[in-house]
Ligand binder design. Structure first.
Ligand SMILES: CC(C)(COP(=O)(O)OP(=O)(O)OC[C@H]1O[C@@H](n2cnc3c(N)ncnc32)[C@H](O)[C@@H]1OP(=O)(O)O)[C@@H](O)C(=O)NCCC(=O)NCCS
Length: 201
């Protein structure tokens, strides 16, 4: 049997010139979760009263203002996934924020927020490419402590990727993130310290 085709991916940052690629991916997925447009972690959050169009407009405004860090993953010319990251002021709303605050020792320099792979491209390393590129961007921006808030997948029935809103633990463990504390039955704070890129520009 012929070996399965393993796609290679390229990455770019979400910016005004890549907005259309991101928007096409979100539109193909009905706005993602009914129209959140990846706004849940941003200061505005996703309120029930907001429409999908409001969320799209708010996201575009973040991109235009430069208050949004996000890696886009491409298979050829098609954007097939993303990884959002940023300092806590940019991404203040994490899931289980009450439990998170209870044992908070220090805020991280960076958070990884929303992660998403197009439904037809799951299980082929898109999220891995997205997180890898986000860590490269964080290193280039000076590094520091990075937190992710993934879900435990071991010790429970297999979960569809669709329910891993913040990604599975293995995705981050493979980059060296370690469990810091539990904030929900299946959700952990995981941390990684990333050093600054020492290369001269
Ligand atoms: C979770 C999600 C991002 C994974 O993306 P993906 O591109 O399929 O992941 P990858 O193929 O890069 O896999 C990365 C790692 O995660 C693990 N993984 C991926 N899906 C998994 C699953 N359903 N169960 C357990 N582990 C899983 C893989 O085994 C892999 O680990 P490995 O490197 O040890 O092999 C994807 O399923 C998704 O987009 N789900 C919807 C998330 C969502 O709704 N986001 C918006 C939130 S508002």
């Amino acid at each position: 049997m012929a070996a399965a085709h393993t796609p290679t991916y390229s990455t770019r940052l979400l910016a005004p010139d890549t907005w259309q690629d991101f928007a096409a991916l979100v539109d193909r997925h009905n706005g993602v979760w009914g129209g959140c447009w990846c706004m849940g972690f941003h200061p505005e959050g996703v309120k029930n009263a907001q429409s999908a169009q409001d969320n799209k407009t708010a996201k575009r405004a973040h991109v235009d203002r430069g208050t949004c860090h996000q890696v886009l993953v491409y298979a050829d010319a098609e954007c097939v996934g993303w990884c959002q990251f940023g300092p806590p002021a940019e991404l203040p709303h994490i899931k289980n924020s009450g439990a998170y605050a209870k044992e908070l020792d220090l805020l991280p320099d960076w958070r990884i927020g929303c992660i998403f792979t197009a439904s037809k491209h799951r299980g082929r390393g898109v999220a891995r490419a997205a997180v890898g590129a986000a860590l490269v961007a964080i290193r280039a921006a000076g590094g520091g402590t990075v937190e992710a808030y993934p879900e435990q997948s071991r010790g429970r029935p297999p979960q569809r990727g669709a329910y891993f809103h913040t990604g599975p633990e293995e995705l981050y463990a493979n980059f060296g993130f370690v469990r810091q504390r539990k904030i929900a039955k299946w959700r952990w704070v995981m941390r990684l310290t990333v050093s600054a890129d020492q290369r001269e520009g």
